[in-house]
Ligand binder design. Sequence first.
Ligand SMILES: Cc1cc2nc3c(=O)[nH]c(=O)nc-3n(C[C@H](O)[C@H](O)[C@H](O)COP(=O)(O)OP(=O)(O)OC[C@H]3O[C@@H](n4cnc5c(N)ncnc54)[C@H](O)[C@@H]3O)c2cc1C
Length: 436
Amino acid sequence: MCAVEVNTLWSNVTPAAAGLAKLTGVHDTEIAIVGGGVAGISLAYHLAEAGMAPVVLEAATPGSDAAGKSAGVIASLPVRHSPYEILERYGDKKGRRLVDMVGESGKYVFSLAQKLVLDCAPQQTGFLAPARTVQEVERVNKTASEWRSFGYGVQSVDKDAINRLTGLDTYQGALLDPAGGAINPLAYVRELARAAAGQGARVYIDSPVIKLHKSGTGWRLESDNYTVNASKVVLCAGGGNCNLSAGLARTVLPFRVFQMATEPLDMKIREVILPENHAMTDVSPNIFSLRYDRDGRLITACPAFLFYNDKSRIIRFVEERLSIFSPLLETARIRYLWEGTPWIGRSVLPRVTGLSQGLLAVQACNGRGLAINTILGREVAGFIKQGHTENLNLSIEKPDPVRYHGLMSYLPAILVNSARLRSRMMHKFTGLHRYT
Ligand SMILES: Cc1cc2nc3c(=O)[nH]c(=O)nc-3n(C[C@H](O)[C@H](O)[C@H](O)COP(=O)(O)OP(=O)(O)OC[C@H]3O[C@@H](n4cnc5c(N)ncnc54)[C@H](O)[C@@H]3O)c2cc1C
């Protein structure tokens, strides 16, 4: 067995971000962005494209946190809310605009990648959300039909078709969004940072914001090496937002995930497993996801375990899991293993939070942030440029803290781990198919 690299696949296959420096000294700017993940860099790009010169303060390098640790699946449709539920929540007018923003977001990533010639291995081959149970099939069919009624080409796929499209006999049906697919997410953010800098954004690396406070009519951002005075600040630091604003401290819940990639798989396997190169994440609480990278490595994920953290045990678990889903994957060996934390908000919908005069935050990626946070960057840039919310496709909301936050922080992990346990027990006592 070859050694496993405890490192992201993406950092091994992506050229380093060039030409970016650490910030020192005292500076004034109209707009500062904290965090150079997908949200911060997309915002910087869209502001710079509109003629502004934002300063991006990134703690490490662009895309180094959740974005660059993600699977790179471009799936924009919300998992928990159908379009009609969004309308019900936000009203017809605002709701419709939000639905359209979300519905367009996957396509927008690929169009941006094409327009800016981003070298990020874009594969707009479609996104599958397969379902294992009758109830899950009903839910995905309903969601697909609602998106269709809003004019989106989302399809319902039957058992035969999903078995053929995945090469797995596990599923009873699926939702297919042809606008989805996959990218190399680290390359995407690095390349977008390059495009933003090319348009006049100033992106600084190794420049964490340690303190943020009001100063006159604006804001002061401080680190050991610099001070930045800004008229406006947008917090795009992912989970790090919580440390910078008391208002955000209890608004999101962590959901630790292990992400893995195999060696490139044999063509004979690839002709059967995801033969049309879709990206898939099933809708079970015990999530199973698969996609290929540009070189045919299979990428899969495994939510963290509650009681153990041992990497070799996790690798054994995932290799066994792959072989349970398909005997063809019995020989697939994990080559890269890494860990990341998507953050989950209460509503599981895209969210821009207004914290104070001149202080906004892009919040809660909900494990689907690549597409959503890209388009939020465009939205927030429009709002900043125009200075009013008239053309904004979503509302600027107040912080939405999670009640009993301390206890609830364990909830995402508990839900997944109990689904995992339930599946094992069902298999043991009823002989039903085991999904692990
Ligand atoms: C394991 C995993 C798998 C995922 N898979 C997918 C997927 O397949 N598809 C999908 O759409 N989404 C996926 N996600 C979610 C997606 O990665 C996030 O939604 C998205 O990256 C969030 O973007 P962001 O810019 O808000 O945050 P991040 O990408 O986390 O960026 C925040 C940035 O802020 C910086 N920062 C933090 N604190 C400070 C500070 N004090 N000062 C300066 N900078 C700071 C960080 O270094 C980081 O670069 C996954 C996430 C994980 C962790």
